[in-house]
Design a protein around this ligand. Sequence first.
Ligand SMILES: [Fe+2]
Ligand SMILES: [Fe+2]
Length: 164
Amino acid sequence: MFEHFDKPQELFEYKLGTALTMEHDSLNALRELEMASQSEEVRNLFAHHQGETKQQIANLEQAFQLLGVEPDQSPSPTTKGLMKEGAALVAKTDKSLVDSVTLSAALENEHYEIAAYQSLIISAEAMGATQVCDLLKQNLDQEMHTSEELNQAARMAAHAMPAA
Ligand SMILES: [Fe+2]
Ligand SMILES: [Fe+2]
């Protein structure tokens, strides 16, 4: 990979690699969040998004192929930090409240993923990489949809919480 970026294409490939790492981290986080969650509905939500995340990884690998470069993972400290923060709070939280923690951890991760794809799409459009752009838009649509589902589930979990 590059040490110094002076071409948009290099920068884009590096950020695409960050997205690939982000998705691998998300897959790990979703597995952990699924295991920590108490309600079946919440666990199903996390399990479903794991399947989508595997497809997103395949889309990113295909994007690399279209660009004619080997898929490469760039550092993604943010997703590792979010996962660590979520796990630490899960460990400190009673089971009766833990779903609100897992859902908010996932929601934070989704928002990061959404921002990452929005930026990549802007660059891909500017470079005229139409097919790459379409793959990124597929991923973005899934993240937006998941974020909406998490939002609704988090609201339900918050209302179902025991009174203070
Ligand atoms: Fe994702
Ligand atoms: Fe996601």
